[in-house]
Design a binder for this molecule. Structure first.
Ligand SMILES: [Zn+2]
Length: 331
């Protein structure tokens, strides 16, 4: 009778659920999940976002009812996105660091309610600029790099001073990482605040639901002169290496699932840094839509996607599935 060669036989190594679990270099834990939350300037708001199933825009006075139960389930970290609906926008995004704006109020509120909760803040100007771009533009509509980086750093510093544990610039302006790092150091916060760079942020079709949630679509043009082209693997590698040199503490890739190769590149290029990924709004909505259409089971697919991020080398996942995983990882 024909016999399989010894080198052909793999199945004996993973025939049991426990031996299957040993195949992972790392497994999902609650610590790996950071929950993106939208904070708006109506203190009592709780507004559902149609394109992001189960997600809402929250007012500062309702954060306790929203976050409290999640902290009890083991929520470790959040990343805040400001959604100002009433502020007066201008060319340099002045409301971004308004001490009475939703982000700074939310940092203080969450810190006083949950001292052990890790609070990160997205840093960008697009929710606060008249033209909806992520930096300061010249008359011809192009980006003015130095003032943009300087303004982004001012905003990051304001969030850090308000008590954020981590500032995370998502603007993709050239030179902003070193400008922010310098500002943190010069203000005595260099050893107190983590700088997480959205290093490889691609101009993706998957941001649609987020723009609904944050109201941050640009009024003219698009973001292709600062966000990376999807095929630009080399550019992503250069951006990652640049941000390491400029002082980033964590390197992030965004979106996640279509860019697993870039995550793996980040692991190789920033070997001594934690690597994060952002499973963006469109990825989350897509998994929900597929499950609703009967293509797969929601939970199984959410696990498969998250496990692929960890397999590629991430130890931090920004995900709208965070509340679900707090339940799922308990079972
Ligand atoms: Zn932006």
């Amino acid at each position: 009778m024909a016999s399989l060669d010894i080198s052909s036989v793999l199945q004996g190594g993973y025939q049991h659920p426990l031996s299957r679990s040993w195949q992972a270099k790392r497994t999902l834990t609650k610590e790996m999940f950071m929950y993106p939350i939208f904070v708006t300037d109506d203190p009592n708001a709780r507004v559902e976002i149609d394109s992001l199933p189960g997600q809402c825009r929250w007012g500062v006075d309702r954060l306790e009812e929203f976050i409290g139960p999640l902290v009890l389930k083991g929520l470790k970290s959040v990343i805040l996105f400001g959604v100002p609906l009433k502020c007066t926008k201008d060319a340099k995004g002045s409301p971004a660091d308004d001490p009475n704006g939703p982000v700074i109020l939310a940092i203080k509120k969450l810190q006083s309610l949950y001292p052990s909760l890790y609070i990160a803040c997205d840093v960008c100007l697009c929710e606060y600029t008249l033209n909806g771009h992520c930096g300061i533009t010249l008359k011809d509509g192009t980006i003015d790099s130095l003032p943009s980086a300087a303004r982004i750093a001012e905003v990051a510093l304001a969030y850090a001073k308000a008590g954020a544990h981590c500032v995370a610039p998502s603007d993709m302006m050239d030179g902003r990482i070193k400008t922010i790092k310098r500002a943190l150091i010069d203000n005595g916060l260099g050893n107190k605040v983590t700088l997480m760079s959205y290093s490889a942020k691609f101009a993706s079709a998957l941001y649609g639901p987020f723009r609904d949630a944050a109201g941050s679509a640009p009024s003219f043009g698009d973001r292709k002169c600062y966000q990376l082209p999807p095929a630009g693997k080399g550019l992503a590698r250069r951006a990652i290496q640049r941000d390491v040199v400029e002082g980033a503490d964590i390197i992030m890739v965004k979106p996640a699932l279509p860019y697993l190769d870039v995550i793996q590149d980040a692991v190789e290029l920033a070997q001594d840094h934690p690597i994060a990924c952002y499973q963006v709004s469109g990825e989350f909505a897509m998994i929900h839509a597929g499950a609703k259409a009967g293509v797969y089971d929601l939970r199984t697919m959410a696990f498969e996607a998250s496990e692929s991020f960890v397999r590629a080398g991430c130890t931090l996942i920004l995900s709208y599935f965070t509340p679900d995983f707090l339940d799922w990882l308990d079972e």
